[in-house]
Design a protein around this ligand. Structure first.
Ligand code: TMP
Ligand code: ASP
Length: 239
């Protein structure tokens, strides 16, 4: 399974071909960006923590029967995943007001939503990944009705499971972003990563931000917060 050609380089990861055509290798980078690449930095140790955290979450979701791309963690920075064609939608689930929702609609952060909100963003860097409605998705053929239904249903299932699981570790899952892909058999798989780069995690008691908002808003202690998330996940092994 030796990585050969680099197939793609994104803001936080590189993707390499392997000698198995249906499997690719993901290498996590220390690079961090925010606000559509306007703010950039290298955060030593982030790649390793995100690889570990994301691998951990995908293993949990596999146990929950959620079809996903994860194959195995192969090194500190690398994991093998099934090769998929990414559906160009970011699926965001929100349990509390925060980030762009709070800003756009003028709500303070942290208000508990009576039920989760699912949003879709069109993955197009040059447009800054705009918010789209379900009608936009369907009429502009960004995904089929069937796919949209699967995305929403799976995102809510992931939310129900992870919210509860994290709450038991004294963490609030405020919101998160998922991406999905289609494999060679046409199956929809949960893909990309689940990490403090793509989720908002708050400490349940102090409401301390333990995610990429620390980098976005210059709150300091960025890597320490990612490490804290890993410690709470890893704590599991010692129970
Ligand atoms: P937002 O409040 O900025 O729209 O972000 C909602 C969630 O999605 C938050 O947990 C961070 C995550 N997210 C990404 O993973 N990638 C992105 O490009 C953006 C904008 C948000
Ligand atoms: N907008 C993304 C974020 O803040 C990162 C980026 O697009 O550069 O998470």
């Amino acid at each position: 399974m030796n990585p050969t050609t680099m197939l793609y380089e994104g803001k936080a990861k590189q993707i390499y071909a392997t000698d198995e055509p249906s499997v690719v290798l993901v290498r996590y980078k220390d690079s961090a960006t925010a606000f559509n690449g306007v703010k950039k930095a290298e955060i030593a140790g982030k790649g390793e923590l995100n690889n570990r955290i994301s691998s951990y979450f995908f293993r949990l979701l596999t146990e929950q029967g959620i079809p996903n791309h994860f194959v195995k963690e192969v090194s500190a920075l690398e994991q093998l995943v099934r090769k998929v064609s990414i559906i160009p939608l970011e699926v965001v689930v929100r349990n509390r007001t925060a980030g762009s929702l709070a800003k756009r609609l003028g709500f303070e952060e942290g208000i508990i939503l009576p039920e989760p909100i699912v949003e879709f963003y069109y993955k197009k860097d040059e447009l800054g990944d705009p918010l789209v409605t379900e009608d936009h998705v369907l009429v502009l053929d960004l995904a089929t009705k069937e796919q949209l239904k699967t995305l929403k249903k799976t995102a809510l299932k992931v939310n129900r499971f992870l919210s509860q699981w994290l709450e038991e570790r004294n963490l609030i899952l405020v919101d998160f972003k998922l991406e999905f892909g289609i494999d060679e058999k046409g199956e929809i798989l949960l893909a990309d990563e689940i990490s403090p780069d793509t989720c908002r995690f708050w400490d349940k008691d102090t409401k301390e931000r333990l995610d990429k908002d620390r980098f976005r808003h210059d709150l300091g202690r960025v890597i320490e917060s990612y490490q804290e998330i890993w410690n709470r996940l890893e704590g599991e092994k010692n129970v």
